[in-house]
Design a protein around this ligand. Structure first.
Ligand SMILES: Cc1ncc(COP(=O)(O)O)c(C=O)c1O
Length: 492
């Protein structure tokens, strides 16, 4: 296998990382099972024509990630932990929002597998140097940043956040901003403030699995409107708003998770008008708004919200690092005060140290610089995903073509055999998210979400190829259902 390591000396990826990544792939795909002895540093360096230091660095990274183990005097071996197969958990035979979220969080840490399942940014692209420098700059303020802070959020950070929002055409004062521990907490506070168990909340279908999980947890009833490439169907929104009491409409207008769909400016205007006419709030989740690859970032609904219908929530989880757990919420004043009281009840507020470090990061222009660095990379990964789908997917499979964000939504032929695809792909060391958990009623089992943020192009291509092979095999081996025949017959 090691003879199949190919090095691209023209690539900007360092050689040691190319070696490490190819070894990880071989381990993940079972080509190097647990216990396999790797060549010595000297042997591999000679085989590949690189320095020993290069191989040593690659091995050291693999070792610190738990992929391999080195025993003095014996050699270097693939570790058992690297090849332990992760599983998709189920409740009564079906994945649920809670099981999938739990599995995704775990798989992010698991060695021995590659994940296209989680809508995560690439940890290799985290702004490490800048962020640590900004943290370090707080060292002389330990007495302050080590203490409690205002529940609404640190004033210095809120000044920066108001300026940051203004770049998305949302004109607010620092007083209007509530700092939250991510969008997850923001929408959770809103759900607690605006709804009682049994109330109806309108969501897109499909939508963010984490919000569906919250609806279940709070005993709220989802009503759904379908999403196309131009955003949610407003005809359905209107019909539901006219006949039901809707507490709010949770929407992800810009580069939606899981479809990547982006609401057109015309639909945004119409949606605001509907909220006025039928008197409901819109909760705008703008987590992916900055990650625009083909045009300028879309203007949020909040920017045109003259009648205070929109509760705007976003965070730095996709643009910077999800582990920061810092985001912001803008709501009409009375509601914001209620949300702040709920925030106090939940956890008193976000750590001042992180808030101050983020404020310094924004103040120094590091966010803009970071965005300039990551956008071309994510654009390329989006392109790699679409190219791989075109190259490998069998007929009958459809996928969205997102202009931003991190997600692409696949629709497979509506065949029961498709149900097994995530499990079978996992056996080959790759994770893709089962689509059913993004549906409020889990009514269909033939969708998948693939996310292209966290892996380099060549891995995305390989992952999509493996996925396509599994889908093809399933289609070939399973007795065809009517829908599958429909998709395949014209091509036979
Ligand atoms: C649409 C959407 N909203 C919210 C979240 C969670 O965001 P946060 O990390 O800010 O809580 C995610 C994470 O994937 C998401 O895709």
């Amino acid at each position: 296998m090691l003879s199949t390591i190919t090095l691209n000396r023209a690539s900007s990826t360092p050689i040691y990382r190319q070696i490490g990544e190819q070894l990880k792939t071989a381990i993940a795909e079972g080509k190097l099972p647990a216990g396999t002895q790797l060549p010595t540093v000297r042997q591999l360096a000679a085989e590949l024509g690189v320095t020993r230091l290069t191989v040593q660095t690659a091995y050291a990274e693999l070792q610190s990630g738990g992929w391999i183990e080195a025993t003095v005097g014996r050699g270097t071996f693939v570790s058992a932990q690297a090849t332990m197969p992760p599983r998709w958990s189920t409740v009564n035979g079906a994945a649920t929002p809670a099981t999938v979220i739990g599995d995704l969080l775990q798989m992010g840490q698991a060695q021995g597998m590659r994940s296209l399942a989680s809508a995560s940014p690439d940890p290799e692209l985290f702004p490490a140097a800048e962020f640590w420098a900004n943290l370090e700059s707080q060292r002389n303020h330990t007495a302050l940043v080590g203490g409690y802070g205002p529940a609404q959020g640190d004033a210095t950070l809120r000044i920066e956040l108001a300026a940051h929002l203004s770049e998305r055409s949302i004109e607010v004062t620092p007083e209007d901003v509530l700092v939250v521990a991510g969008v997850t907490q923001g929408v959770s506070l809103v759900a607690q403030a605006l709804a009682q168990p049994g109330d109806c909340i309108l969501v897109e279908q499909p939508t963010y699995v984490g919000f569906l999980h919250q609806l279940r947890a709070y005993g709220l009833q989802p009503l759904t409107t379908p999403v196309d490439a131009d955003g949610p169907s407003l005809a359905v929104v209107e019909q539901l708003a006219a006949t039901q009491r809707i507490r709010f409409f949770y929407t992800i207008p810009s580069f939606q998770n899981p479809t990547g769909s982006c609401m057109t400016p015309a639909r945004r205007q119409q949606l605001l008008a509907l909220a006025d006419r039928y008197d409901f709030f819109i909760v705008e989740d703008d987590l992916y708004g900055w990650l625009a690859y083909d045009d300028a970032p879309p203007t949020p609904l909040k920017a045109a919200d003259v009648n205070q219908r929109v509760i705007y929530v976003t965070s730095f989880s996709k643009t910077l690092m999800p582990g920061l757990r810092l985001g912001m919420l803008v709501a009409p004043t009375a509601l914001r005060e209620r949300l702040t009281a709920l925030r106090i009840a939940a956890d008193l507020g976000s750590p001042l140290l992180l808030q101050r470090a983020l404020a310094a990061f924004l103040h120094r222009g590091d966010f803009r610089r970071h965005l300039r660095r990551i956008l071309p990379i994510y654009r390329q990964r989006r392109n790699a995903t679409l190219r791989a789908c075109e190259a490998f997917m069998p007929p009958g499979v459809q996928w969205t073509r997102p202009h931003g964000g991190l997600c692409c939504w696949l629709t497979l032929p509506a065949h029961p055999a498709m149900h097994d695809v995530p499990r079978l792909v996992l056996q080959q060391g790759w994770a893709v998210a089962p689509g059913s958990v993004f549906l409020a009623d889990a009514s269909a089992n033939h969708h998948l979400r693939i996310c292209f943020g966290a892996l380099p192009d060549e891995h995305i291509r390989r992952g999509v190829e493996v996925l396509a092979q599994v889908i093809r095999q399933q289609l070939e081996n399973a007795p065809p259902s009517a829908d599958v025949l429909e998709a395949w017959l014209p091509l036979l």
